[in-house]
Design a protein around this ligand. Sequence first.
Ligand code: UDP
Ligand code: MG
Length: 326
Amino acid sequence: MLPVLYVVVPCYNEEAVLPETLRRLRDKLSGLIAAGACHAESRLLFVDDGSRDATWAMIEAAHREDERVCGLKLAHNRGHQNALYAGLMAARDRCDCAASMDADLQDDINVLDGFLQEFQKGCDVVYGVRSARESDSAFKRLTAEGYYKVLQKLGVEVVFNHADCRLLSRRALQELSHYREVNLFLRGMVAHMGFRRAVVTYPRAPRFAGESKYPLSKMLSLAWDGITSFSLRPLTAIARLGGAICLLSFLALVVEGVAALCSAAVPGLLAAVTSLWLLGGMVLLSLGVVGSYLGRLYAEVKGRPRFAVESALLPPARFAPPPQDQ
Ligand code: UDP
Ligand code: MG
C-alpha cells in the first residue's frame, strides 16, 4: 500500500514566492504519484500564518484549480513554529507521513524522494540536513552553527544543521501531539521523541523571492526558546556563579581583616566601586535569566491555544483523532 504523503508548508506574507512554490511542488507531487512513490490522495498543505498580503487568496485559487492543494488559515500571525505545528496536526489524521518545508524554496523539494525511501524502510523520523550553507550570509552561518554547538554543550539533543525540513510518520505525529508545551521548539521536540530515524542531506538554496520573515529578534527568541525548553543548565550556572562569588568575597574579607590587624592601609575605592557594578550587573543578568524561565512557565500554565483556525480547505479526516483531542 502506497503511503499518503502530506507536504506541510507554513507561509507568512509569501505572495512573491508562492506562485513558483505552488508550481514546483505540484509538479513534484504529480511526479512522485506517477512514479509510485506515494498514494494519489497525497496533498500539499499550505498554512497561512495570518498573512496580510495575497497569500491566502493564492492558496484558495490553487485549491479551486487543483484539489491536491489544501489550505489552513490561522486567525492571527502565531509564528513559524506554531504555523508548522498547526499544519502537522491537521495532517496527522489524514496522512501516513508528513513532510515539512519552507515556502521560499530554500529547502530542496527533491529531498521528498529520499524522505519517502527512508519512510518505506521503516523510519518514523527523517531529517533534512543542510550539506552546504553557501547561500547563507557569513553572519547567519556562524551564528547558526555556533548555536547548535551551544545547544549540544547545554545537553539539548538536536541534529547539527537540521532545521524544520523533515518527514514524520503518522505514529511520530501522534506522539508529537502529546507534547503539551506552548513554547514550541519543534526540532528539539522531535529529537526528544526518539523513534527510528534517518538523515537525507541537501544543499540549501538562497530564498527564491521575497524577504526573510525571520528578523534577528525572532531568531534570537526561537534560539532562547530552544535553550529554555530543553535545558535547566543556565539556572544551575547561575547558582554556581553565585557560590563562586560568595567564596571569593569571603576570601577577600579574610585578606582585608588580616591587613587591618597588621594596620596596613586598605586601598582601592576604585576596586570597590567596580566590583559593586560587576556584582550588580551579574545579579540583574541572573534575575533576567530566571525571569525568562518564569515568563515561559507563565505562558505554559495559562495553556492558551497555540493558534486559532479561521478557514480550512481540507479533505475529510481518514483516521479518528486520538482520545486526548476528542
Ligand atoms: N513563517 C511563518 N510565520 C512567521 C515567519 C515565517 O509561517 O511568522 C514561514 C515563512 O513563510 C517561511 C518559513 O516560515 O515559509 C521560514 O521563514 P523564512 O524563510 O523567512 O526564514 P529564514 O529562511 O530567512 O530563516
Ligand atoms: Mg527562508
